[in-house]
Design a binder for this molecule. Structure first.
Ligand SMILES: [Zn+2]
Length: 311
C-alpha cells in the first residue's frame, strides 16, 4: 500500500554539534517536537534507514573528499573551513543522513510512499564532488538522485528552495542531462555561485536553472518567480521524481539571510510541488532538510509542508 507521506530521520544527528554554531541539533529537535505535538502529523509513518555505508558518498564524491571527512573525524574532529565543522562522530552521522536520503528515494520509486520528508542533519547541497563546505559534508540530494536512478528513475529534477545556492549539487550534475538542477536563491550571497547564465555544460539547452533573487524579496514575489521560471522548466524536463532541497532559511525570521518568505510561503511551495509531482512523477516528491536557522520558523514551515503533502 502506498502511503501519502512517510518521514525519515537519523537519530544520531545530535552527535554532529559545535557549541554556538547555527547548524545545530536543536533545528531537528524543533521540527520533531512540532510533529509530535500535531495530532495529524504525529500519526505519520516513519521509514527505517539502514546504517549508511561508504558506497553512498561514492555515488557523487571523490575518494579524496570522503577520506577528508573520514580522516578529520578519526582525528577527533576539527574544521574543513571557517564555516564547516566535524566531530569525531560526523563521518558516521553524515553517512546515516545520506542513508536516509537514499532510503527515501528508494521508498518512493518502489511505491511504499507517494512523498517522503527526511528530517536529517548535516545538510548537503554545498558539498561538491571534491569538497565538504558550507556546513555540508556529503551531498544528500545528489546521493538521493543517484539512489533513485539505481531504483529505476531515468530523469530526476532537483528543486532547491534553500536561500543559498546549492553549488555542490550544481557541480555534480552540471554535465548530466538526466538531472535537472533548479534553484531560487538570494544573490549576491554565500557561496557566490548561481548566476542565471549558468545553464549547464550544454549551454542554453542545459539542465541547470538558476533564479537569483534580490535581498528583501518577499514570499509573493518569490512564488511568482517559482511559477514563471521553475514550473515551466520542470514541466518541460518531465522528470520521474522531484527531489526538494528543503532549506527554510529564506524565511523572514532567518538570521543567516535577507529574504522575507513567511511560514505560509512554504505550504504554498509544497502545494506547487505536489501538483507538479502529480502531473509528471506519479506524485513522487522527496524532501530533504537543508538549511533554516530560526527554530520557530523551521518547525512551523516544515509542519505546513507536511500537512500539504499528507493530505
Ligand atoms: Zn542555506
Amino acid at each position: 500500500m502506498t502511503v501519502p507521506l512517510a518521514l525519515i530521520r537519523n537519530d544520531d544527528q545530535d552527535q554532529h554539534v559545535s557549541a554556538g554554531h547555527p547548524e545545530r541539533p536543536e533545528r531537528v529537535r524543533a521540527i520533531l517536537d512540532g510533529i509530535a505535538a500535531d495530532t495529524m502529523l504525529a500519526t505519520l509513518p516513519w521509514l527505517e534507514a539502514p546504517a549508511g555505508k561508504r558506497d553512498l558518498p561514492q555515488l557523487v564524491h571523490t575518494e579524496k573528499e570522503i577520506r577528508r571527512v573520514e580522516g578529520l573525524a578519526v582525528k577527533g574532529g576539527g574544521w574543513f573551513d571557517p564555516d564547516t565543522y566535524c566531530t569525531d562522530a560526523s563521518y558516521v552521522v553524515a553517512l546515516n543522513a545520506a542513508a536516509c536520503a537514499a532510503r527515501g528515494a528508494e521508498a518512493l520509486m518502489e511505491g511504499e510512499a507517494r512523498s517522503a520528508f527526511a528530517v536529517i542533519r548535516p545538510p548537503g547541497h554545498h558539498a561538491t564532488p571534491t569538497l565538504p563546505m558550507g556546513f555540508c559534508l556529503f551531498n544528500n540530494a545528489a546521493i538521493a538522485v543517484r539512489a533513485a536512478q539505481g531504483a529505476g528513475a531515468s530523469r530526476v529534477a532537483i528543486i532547491d528552495i534553500d536561500v543559498h545556492h546549492g553549488n555542490g549539487s550544481q557541480d555534480i550534475f552540471y554535465g548530466d542531462a538526466s538531472v535537472l538542477y533548479t534553484s531560487l536563491h538570494q544573490f549576491p550571497w554565500y557561496p557566490g555561485t548561481g548566476h542565471a547564465s549558468d545553464r549547464g555544460d550544454a549551454g542554453a539547452s542545459g539542465t541547470t536553472v538558476n533564479v537569483p533573487v534580490a535581498p528583501g524579496t518577499d514570499g509573493v514575489r518569490w512564488l511568482e518567480l517559482f511559477d514563471e521560471i521553475l514550473i515551466p522548466e520542470v514541466t518541460a524536463f518531465a522528470p520521474e521524481l522531484l527531489v526538494v532541497s528543503a532549506g527554510f532559511d529564506a524565511h523572514r525570521d532567518d538570521p543567516l539571510a535577507e529574504l522575507r518568505l513567511e511560514d505560509e510561503t512554504y505550504a504554498a511551495v509544497a502545494d506547487r510541488v505536489r501538483i507538479l509531482a502529480d502531473a509528471h512523477c506519479e506524485g513522487r516528491s522527496l524532501w530533504l532538510l537543508e538549511g533554516g536557522y530560526d527554530l520557530r520558523a523551521i518547525a512551523a514551515s516544515v509542519a505546513g509542508c507536511l500537512h500539504v503533502l499528507a493530505a
